[in-house]
Design a protein around this ligand. Structure first.
Ligand code: FAD
Length: 318
């Protein structure tokens, strides 16, 4: 079932969803199930699974020579989605990227999803590979998520890349896209970022999931600006609890979001990570309860492979 149908079924009540990462190569599917199992009591109608593109690693070999290797540390997105749908009978939402994909590879990826009975995708551009400063699309790939959404929309109308194909079956994907309450790091202004977000919706995306934020006011203002810009689709807030002291530096650096002074102050005072974890949980519960009161359709938690703190939060909110 589509995410938009799950939103409708909620009848205005906020529901629970979360995102998981594929395990590191070498681990097995049970590490995923071990993370999902404790969260199933909160009845998530769908679970997102992130996609991780290739990275370049540089390895010193003989005589000081450096070898450049391409590795994918977290493969398995599609397989995990199929396994989730099979084991838990809940919808899986695979993330799909522009980065690392030609249009042809995108089409084939989507055909695999369709054959597996996966109705939802989250369409993203992806970041630059770690060794590059700027995002570079594949030759004959997409530069922006809005173009990937257009390809999805075409496929939903039965328009494949090869126009010689006849009697094609249309796919029926429900497409979600990313939104940034604190602006995407590369956008010159939040206004331009919202205009491009609007283009993703015009091209066929049906809902938005936000980047994490730690101050609900940022989300409320973002929703207001989106509505003023004519974006009317559901905007699902994304939340992540702080869990360790190093998150104070890592989260603003990695996700380009601000942490409220009050939260930073408390975390800095904490004597160990056990205390930090509890502070993160309490803060996230506070955010969640306020968002539920505001009538958000879903609360979407970034579990980052650790479900215990999400379980504690969900048990106070749902
Ligand atoms: P876009 O919408 O393409 O926007 C990228 C930038 O370009 C923005 O600054 C935008 O303002 C600008 N822009 C957009 N369209 C145009 C245009 N036509 N012309 C000029 N400028 C334009 N990354 C992963 O690698 N794997 C994941 O699984 C993953 N999941 C995510 C889930 C969520 C909910 C979020 C919020 C992010 C996720 N990311 C993931 C990170 C994401 O890939 C990065 O934030 C990426 O840098 C931008 O992706 P986007 O889809 O928002 O890009």
């Amino acid at each position: 079932m589509k995410v938009t149908a799950h939103i409708q079924n909620g009848n205005g009540k906020s529901q629970f969803s979360f995102e998981i990462l594929p395990p590191l190569k070498g681990e097995n599917i049970h590490s995923i199930f071990n993370n999902i199992d404790p969260l199933m009591e909160f009845k998530p109608p769908y679970i997102n699974v992130t996609y991780h593109r290739e990275e370049y690693i540089f390895k010193e070999v003989k005589d000081g020579l450096i070898e450049k290797k391409i590795v994918r540390k977290r493969p398995g997105t599609v397989g995990i989605c199929a396994a989730i749908q099979n084991k838990y009978q809940v919808d899986a939402v695979p993330h799909i990227l522009c980065g690392g994909f030609t249009k042809e590879e995108t089409e084939n990826f989507l055909i695999d999803l369709q054959f597996l009975g996966i109705d939802n995708v989250m369409a993203l551009r992806g970041d630059a590979v770690k060794s590059e400063t700027y995002f570079t699309p594949e030759k004959n790939g997409h530069k922006y998520a809005c173009d990937l959404v257009s390809q999805l929309n075409d496929l939903n109308k039965g328009v494949y890349l090869d126009d010689a194909l006849q009697n094609t079956s249309p796919t029926d994907f429900c497409v979600g896209v990313a939104g940034y309450p604190e602006k995407h790091m590369e956008a010159p202004s939040s206004e331009s970022d919202i205009q491009y977000l609007k283009r993703k919706i015009e091209n066929g995306a049906e809902y938005i999931v936000t980047q994490m934020f730690f101050d609900n006011e940022k989300y409320f203002k973002f929703v207001e600006k989106c509505r003023q810009a004519g974006i009317s689709v559901p905007i699902i807030p994304g939340l992540k609890p702080i869990a360790v002291k190093t998150h104070l530096n890592l989260i603003p650096h990695r996700f380009k979001v601000d942490l409220p002074d009050a939260l930073v102050k408390e975390v800095m005072k904490a004597k160990d990570n056990k205390e930090v974890r509890q502070l993160g949980i309490d803060w996230c519960i506070m955010q969640s309860k306020e968002l539920v009161k505001a009538g958000v359709p879903f609360l979407h938690y970034y579990s980052m492979g650790k479900s215990n703190n999400i379980k504690e939060i969900a048990s106070q909110v749902f």
